[in-house]
Each structure stands twice: as structure tokens, then as C-alpha cells.
Design a protein around this ligand. Sequence first.
Ligand code: ADP
Ligand code: MG
Length: 697
Amino acid sequence: MANPHDTAVEQVLATPVQFMKKVGPRRAELFARLDLHTARDVLFFFPRDYQDLTDVRPIAGLEDGLLVSVLACVEEVELRETGTGRSILGVLVREGEDFLRAIWFNQPYMQHRLLPGQQVLLSGKARLRGMQWEMAHPRVQTIDTSDGLPEGRRLPVYRLTEGLHQGQVRRVVESALQVYGGAVEEIFSEEFLVQHQLLPIHEALHEIHFPTSSEALQRARHRFIYQELLLLQLALVLRRNVRADLGTAPRLPVDAKIDARIRRRFPFELTEGQEAAVGEIAADMKQACPMNRLLQGDVGSGKTVVALYATLLAVAHRHQVAIMAPTEVLARQHARVLGDFLQASQVRTALLSGGIPVAQRRLVLDAMAAGDVDVVIGTHALIQSGAEFARLGLVIIDEQHKFGVQQRAVLRQAETQPHYLVMTATPIPRTVTMALFGDLDVSTMRDFPPGRQPVHTYLGTPQQRAQWWEFFRNKLREGRQGYVITPLIEESEQWNVTSLAEAFEELANGELEAFRLGLIHGRQAASEKDRVMADFHSGKIQVLVGTTVVEVGVDVPNATLMTIEGAERFGLAQLHQLRGRIVRGAYPGYCCLFAEPASEEARQRLEAFAASTDGFELAEIDFRLRGPGDLFGTRQHGLPPLRVADLVRDADLVEVARQDAITLLAKDPGMVDPALALLRKRVLLRYGKVLDLGDVG
Ligand code: ADP
Ligand code: MG
């Protein structure tokens, strides 16, 4: 692998910034602040934007009333006060022999942006006043070049840090391209470049920094975006393949007897979606290659039952199952639901929760290690810490979008590997599924159990509050229950708890005075939360006032009412999750949002929410409006951030890159073809560690 040329190239590109032309120790420190340490870093420090100089005209070629840009040098700045608070700023700029006067009324501070000798780009409507060209209130850009217009009439704009100017960075990059650019290796073969119509690396590097035309810039960007996405996809697909080689899982086939025994536990027929998912899971679990499957379905589509099928299949083969939930509340609920389904069965279940005493926890851990318990339910953290299983056959991770890529692999065993089933809380946008869960096989359930009630959603105006509460009370009197949700203020949880308590008091002494209210939030002790949830389940509490603690998975079928305050603070996926709480029973749900949308995007989001109950559709809309956000950002998933690609903007390319990665690895699973050597090296450098690809080759 390591040929001498290879390392020589690496060394050249590893030249410290400090030793590069036009940089010294002092400036190197500034570059370091931008995370630029080597020549390679500088070459791949792409502009964040470009100054467009394409409509620049010479002053001599101006036309009256036409919107244009003029590149000229500031000659004179003159500020005239014309009365109280009034002023006229006149700035004379020169281009060769020609002059133009820019004027600003009552904006004296503009004089500080226009210093004599500076190159500026003025954009606006030019007017001929007598013999002189004038522009009133033009847009001003400082142009950090004295060399006139660049070839492509576009200047790169780099991210800066204090003490560093555009011009300096530009010159360093330009010189880096000349001196070191040639050393950058092309990771694609000639054939690959042609086949995928990619700009070769040296051309692309030059064009992305100093574009010669807008087409060339587009092609350069395309190359780097594609490259980044292809690397990610190769890594994810490799990981999927690698896992198959890492170890074998127990074969857990289903037969007619087992199947009948499992189904006897369900008081209903499975939906088509559930049948399909169960089929795919059973097909995976009979293989010695560990299952790695993502189960996607909307809130209420019945994922739990599918998980239970997989669980009982493993237990039927005398293997243990670990079920991990993201929160205590959910873990307890799973334990309760499971308990209901498994009444009078021989399946031994145990809950590992933060609330249980140390001694009892010890007992559970011992039972797990001894194989005396079949199914363990707990939060991720609890199961992970020191958990040993005698015969772990299946790991189920619920509400996946809170867990990172790395955490998926933690429960490895020495001998056999467990099968993995990962479940999402809500539908994930298609692009995100491919980009971040690309190492998993996916089962998608698009239907719902029969008899699902509709849910009505309203965007309430302040004037409609009284009316809504009247309605809310009527439904409570009919025997229904409800939620009141207030947003989580992340900056200050303390404030949040206070504001929640205030909201609670206000309701308890106001609109909901006649009813039994309960309070729930993240700061409560587990035992307190348990008590509140139990009281809500039993109906002792009629209205649960809380934060998004109730967001995930909470299942009280009789609760059909929901008021969401400060709804503009929630993302669409989250709103959808919340609303999912009130479509679980035999009665229609009613959800009213009160919001003060501060932006157009927030308004669109709320309207989309009121208009649709399809979680898959809402996920796509949210993704387009807000991008991957916190929920689906690469960082959340433990992957290095994408540098040039943007999952929303480049959604099409994600798909192309995924297909290309699959095709490429189908032909050459280990990427052993010498033509792929550099590409392979890049993939491993970037993702080898986080995705645990160490064993590849
Ligand atoms: P989620 O996908 O949100 O986890 P659940 O698994 O909690 O959904 O299912 C929602 C509700 O629908 C539960 O009360 C569950 O018992 C019920 N359910 C699931 N599958 C079926 C089915 N095939 N027929 C009828 N009810 C079902
Ligand atoms: Mg669920």
C-alpha cells in the first residue's frame, strides 16, 4: 500500500501553514484559529461565497437609469451637515480617468466604510447629473484586490477571523494552489471521472477558489459535493458489509408452531405493514449474519407489536433480548405494555431503571448474566453500563432518532453477535434515511391499525382561547382526558420549570379549575413521574400539564385533547409526536395550537401541521423548511459534519451517490482494485474510526 511516492505527497501537503509563502508565524496563528494548519487544509478551505462582479461596467460605459456595478477607487469622502441630524455624504470614486459620485442622505456612518484609496464595488442606479455620474445609496462591497477584475469576474469570499483580511486569505490560497495544488492526488480513476462527468481534482480545486465561469464553478462544486457524499455512502455500505463479517449471530428461524404461539399473544390481526415488517425481520433473524434493520413507521402504526414479535421469536429460541428506550418513562411503559401482552406466559422480563435500589439492580444484572431473565427493558445508559448477558440474541433500540451511530454497536459479545432492530419515533425524511442510516436495512410501515380515529387540529387565535377551553372542559366532562404542553426552554431549564409551574397554577385556578390536574417535567424524580403517570393512566388525573416529556411514546388511549402553547418553538416532527398521543383510543382527537410565529418559515410549519396528519409527508416538509436540524444532523449521529454537501439542497445527489456506492461495492466488496486504492484510503481516513471499519482489508 504505502509506496514512497504516496508518503512524499503526503509530506508536501502536510507542510505547516507557517512555512507557506505569504504566511509567517503570526499569520499562521490566525489561520490556526480557522482550523487551518497545513497546506492541504488551505487548499480545501473552500469559499463560503463569491463576490459577483459580472455586471461590472466601466464608468465611461454607463447608461442613465440602468442598474449596474462599478469597480472604482475611493478618492474623496465629504460629509456635509445640513441641519439637525441631517447630512449628505458625498463620495467621489475614480476608475481610470472617469469619476462617479455616490451620495448618502442622513447616513453619516457610511463614511467609515469608505476610506480613500480603497477599492469598492458600488451597485445601484447610475444617473447623469449635468456632466457627472451619480449613484444614490448604492450597495457597497469592499473589494480586496488591486489587480482589477479577476478572470471569471467572481472573487472568493472566505470565512475570516479577526486580524485577517479577505485579500490576505485570497493571496495565500492562490499561492497554495500554485505551489501545492499539483501534489493533491486524484482519488478517482480517469474512467470514473469520465463516466460520472466529474471535473478532475486540479481543475476543480482551481475553479472552486477562482472560478473562470459560473458553469465551471457549478461543476467544481458538484465534484466536491458528490465526492463527499460518495465517501459517506461507501463508508456506510462498507459498514453494513463489514458487520456481516464481524461475527455470526444465532440463527433464529420461525416455524409454524412458533409463529402460532407468538400470534396467540396478540388480540388482533396484524396490519399489512406489520405483516411485511415481521416477514422481513424473520427473514433476517434466521440468517447467521446479524440483522441490522431500521423499522420506520408513523406514530401509532404499531411498531411495538412488531418488536414484540421479534422479541418472542428470540425467546422461543432461548435467547435473551435487550430493549432500550431513550427515557425512563418510555422504558417503564414498554415494561408495562409487554407485561400486558405476556400475561400468564413463561417469559421472564425485568426492568432496569434508574429508580430501582442498587441491590435490586444487582439482582437483575446477575440474572442477565446467568441467563435467568429473558427480556430486559431499560434506558440505553443503564443497559450499557456493565451489562453482561448469557445468551443475548436480539437488541431492540426504540425511538432511534435520539441515538448515534456508534451507540448501535455497543452490545457486542465475545461469541455470537446479537441481531439489531432499531425503531424510529417518527418517519425520517428519505434523504436522511439514506444519508445517516445508510448502514441499515429499512422496513417501512405506511398503514395503521383499523379503527384509528381522526384527529382535528386547529391553529387558535388569542380570541379563540375562551372558546377552546370551553370545548376542552366539555370533553373532560364527557369523560375524556387531555394534555397541556408548554415548550421546553433550553437555555434555562430552571426558568422552564418555573414557567411550567406558573402555567399550571394559572390553569388550576382558571380555565381548568373544576378538574384534577397533574404536573410532569424532566426535573422530577423518577418515582414522582411514575406516580403521576400511573394516576393519569387510571384517570385520577384528568389533565396532564407538562413539557415534552410526554412527547415520546406515552400511551393513554382515553386522552384525546391537547393544547400546545408556544407551538412556534416546536419542530414539525416534534409536534407530530405530541399529537400522536391523542389518536390512540376509540374517540377522535382534538389538538389546538397557540403560537406566535415570528418568521414565515414558522408560520408555514404550523399551517402544514394543521393541514396534514401524514407523518411521512410532514417529515419531508420539515426537512425542506428547516433542514436536517438537531434531530437529524450528522453530529447527532456521531459522524463528522458534511463540509460541502447539504442534505436538503443536494438530496438528489445523495441518492446518486448511494446507488454508485452500492454498485461499486457489489463489484468489489473490499475495494481491492488498485484503481480504487486512493478512494478507499480517503474513506478509511474519514470514517474508518467512527464507523469501526478497521477490519476492512
Ligand atoms: P407505535 O408505532 O407508535 O409504537 P404502538 O405499537 O404503540 O404504535 O401501537 C399503537 C396502538 O395500536 C397500541 O395501542 C397497539 O396495541 C395498537 N395496535 C397495534 N397493532 C394493532 C393491530 N394490528 N390491530 C389493532 N390494534 C393494534
Ligand atoms: Mg412506540
